[in-house]
Design a protein around this ligand. Structure first.
Ligand code: GDP
Length: 192
């Protein structure tokens, strides 16, 4: 994919060209059960509710954050809505995304391996300048951890990704994750 992100579904039509107020498509990727929906609900609604699922289909949740320089970023967050079972998501899912968060469960080695698969998919299909983050979720379950911080950080660094461990349950590092992504978004050009 070349150049600026293009929008295909009309959901971000009439997006602001103001570089101080970005609208950003962010896609979530990761194995089923790692906590993607819980991360979104924590960020958007400030809640941890494992039984509540983000709406399936073409809809998404959005949340605006303000940075210290008074600029704002409106994240329009796309969850995989269960499609992670399939070998590859539709290219539509990646199209126009300026940020991607790849999530694994730090108590599941398998989910960490799956995260590496999703990173490769992103490198193949996503916009060249996309901001990539790797998140080890369920940091509250440190006693059950099977993926070390060092191992995950080294992997993230070698793929030019921002890395953090977080917990949708306790809210640890969830807002910080999105703030860091917001800071890393390229400025000086329209987001859309
Ligand atoms: P998704 O399939 O990736 O969207 O995963 P969900 O958001 O549905 O979460 C799967 C399960 O993991 C939920 O039932 C939650 O109970 C649990 N979960 C999600 N985030 C956390 C977390 O930070 N800590 C703990 N202990 N459990 C979590």
């Amino acid at each position: 994919v070349k150049g600026l992100p293009h929008l295909s579904d009309g959901s971000l039509e009439n997006g602001s060209q103001d570089t101080k107020h970005l609208r950003v498509k962010l896609v979530l990727l990761g194995d089923s059960g790692v906590g993607k929906s819980c991360i979104v609900l924590r960020f958007v609604r400030g809640q941890f509710d494992p039984s509540s699922k983000v709406t399936v289909g073409a809809s998404f949740l959005s949340q605006t954050i303000a940075l210290q320089d008074s600029s704002t970023v409106k994240f329009e967050i796309w969850d995989t809505a269960g499609q992670e079972r399939y070998a590859s998501l539709a290219p539509l899912y990646y199209r126009g995304a300026s940020a991607a968060v790849v999530v694994y469960d730090l108590t599941s080695k398998e989910s960490f391996q799956k995260a590496q698969y999703w990173v490769k998919e992103l490198q193949k299909h996503a916009n060249a300048g996309i901001v990539l983050a790797l998140v080890g979720n369920k940091a509250d379950l440190d006693n059950l951890r099977t993926v070390s911080t060092d191992e995950a950080r080294a992997y993230a660094e070698s793929n030019s990704m921002f890395f953090t461990e977080a917990s949708a349950k306790t809210a640890g590092n969830i807002n910080e994750l999105f703030e860091e992504i917001a800071k890393r978004l390229p400025r000086g050009q329209p987001s859309l």
